[in-house]
Write a protein that binds this ligand. Structure first.
Ligand code: PGA
Ligand code: ZN
Length: 424
């Protein structure tokens, strides 16, 4: 195998026009590949550190320190190494940083190299990236994977930190559970999305979109959002609860204050117990099969109550709660909080740690859902990660806007090229 001969990074821009890192890894024979790092807005407090310059340029958001760390420091650790040895490379970077949250060189710097290394290794081995990820999973865990196409959660109505409307729940998503293949998944999702637009227009609501491409109208309540989505599903000739289900990401940490869940849009202040009742009522009235971050990340008692009350009838996903961190997930499982985990590379900062967390979730019968961030780029690595690790679910925004659709389009090509890879 050709060894790594050069690493260089530059500052590029994400879907919000905010600086991020693009990193290119080159091998001795000139083979090269690059990757880009995403960025969150409603972040968990225990995420690995995204190093930003915090000076007057770019509203403090430039990443030249992290870029320089790659070009001037981290590259020398990795040059001469075999790019197929993902774990060895990630561990070199992690141990050089030697902080719990990767704050010395920046998790964004480490992740940029980690991702670009996987891409160049796949290219040099002349295999698809998803097949390379299966190999890396086997190297790290000793286990084989059965490839599958993931079922997406499409975020078609945006609120919370991702929109300027009055909706408190961050994401209203549709899951085309009854679709027979990924082509049909996309047909149903786009038809529902466009019917939702028509319904919003008919009701004189805004059809401007939020950060993840979903519509962001101001509405009377979260229930009204659910009603409009159910109408859009029906209008598309599909059956809510059979062909298409609904998922929510409350991102509840964003509206939890002074031990209360404050729903500004509905003028409600609810205790943990009352908010569990509120979510239970939503589940009973709408075809909701998954709720992410239903409770604040520090409201442990709320999480335990939510899991006890709704865990047998609904997927309860920990995002800000677990931040893709194996240790935090382990504590959560011991305390019986949630029953599944959202997976975001940049919450933990390397491919190896991400895979270790997914493996730990698998061993504990926790479902994993591969996820984008609200600040994205045209990078499609997560599509290959989902297929390569046989993860049955992905969320990567609306079926609209190229930063979101790029991942779905990559999945369409994987299905086209490998007809034996089926939806899970
Ligand atoms: P973020 O949002 O990328 O802004 O954190 C996505 C999510 O909460 O799932
Ligand atoms: Zn979330």
């Amino acid at each position: 195998m050709q060894k790594i001969s050069l690493i260089n990074a530059i500052q590029v821009f994400d879907s919000r026009g905010v600086p991020t890192i693009s990193c290119k890894v080159s091998l001795e024979d000139g083979t090269s590949a690059s990757a880009m790092v995403p960025s969150g807005a409603s972040t968990g407090s225990k995420e690995a550190l995204e190093l930003r310059d915090n000076d007057i340029s770019y509203h403090g958001k430039s990443v030249t320190k992290a870029v320089n760390n790659i070009n001037n420091i981290l590259s020398s650790l990795v040059i001469g190494k075999n790019p197929s040895n993902q774990k060895e490379i990630d561990e070199l970077l992690i141990s050089f940083d030697d902080t719990e949250d990767k704050s010395k060189v920046g998790a964004n710097a480490i992740l940029a190299i980690s991702l670009a290394t996987a891409h160049v290794a796949a290219k040099a081995n002349k295999i698809s990236l998803y097949k390379h990820f299966s190999k890396v999973y086997r190297d790290i865990t000793g286990q084989n994977v059965t490839h599958c196409m993931p079922l997406p959660m499409f975020n078609i109505l945006n609120g919370g930190e991702h929109a300027d409307n009055n909706i408190d729940i961050q994401e209203f998503m549709i899951i085309p559970s009854g679709a027979k293949n990924f082509v049909q998944v996309m047909q149903w999702a786009t038809e529902i999305y466009h019917n939702l637009k028509k319904i919003l227009l008919k009701n004189n609501y805004s059809t401007a979109v939020g950060d993840e491409g979903g519509f962001a109208p101001s509405l009377d309540s979260n229930k009204e959002a659910l009603r409009l989505i159910v109408d859009a599903i029906k209008e598309s000739g599909l059956v809510p609860g059979k062909d298409v289900n609904i998922a929510l990401d409350c991102a509840a940490s964003e509206f939890f204050d002074d031990n209360k869940y404050i729903l500004k849009g509905e003028r409600k202040e609810l205790s943990s117990i009352q908010f569990v009742d509120y979510l239970d009522d939503l589940i009973q009235n709408y075809p909701i099969v998954s709720i992410e971050d239903g409770m604040d990340e520090n409201d442990k008692d709320g999480w335990k109550l939510l899991t006890e009350r709704l865990g047998s009838k609904c997927q309860l996903v920990g995002d800000d709660l677990f931040v893709t961190n194996k240790k935090i997930l382990k504590d959560g499982i011991n305390e019986e909080m949630a029953n599944s985990i959202l997976i975001k590379f940049n919450q933990v900062g390397s491919i190896t740690e991400t895979i270790e967390t997914i493996h730990f979730a698998n061993q504990n019968n926790f479902e994993s859902i591969i996820s984008h961030r609200s600040g994205e780029t045209e990078d499609t690595t997560i599509a290959d990660l989902a297929v390569g690790l046989g993860i049955g679910q992905i969320k990567t925004g609306a079926p609209c806007r190229s930063d979101r659709v790029a991942k779905y389009n990559r999945l369409l090509w994987i299905e086209e090229e490998s007809s034996n890879i089926l939806l899970k």
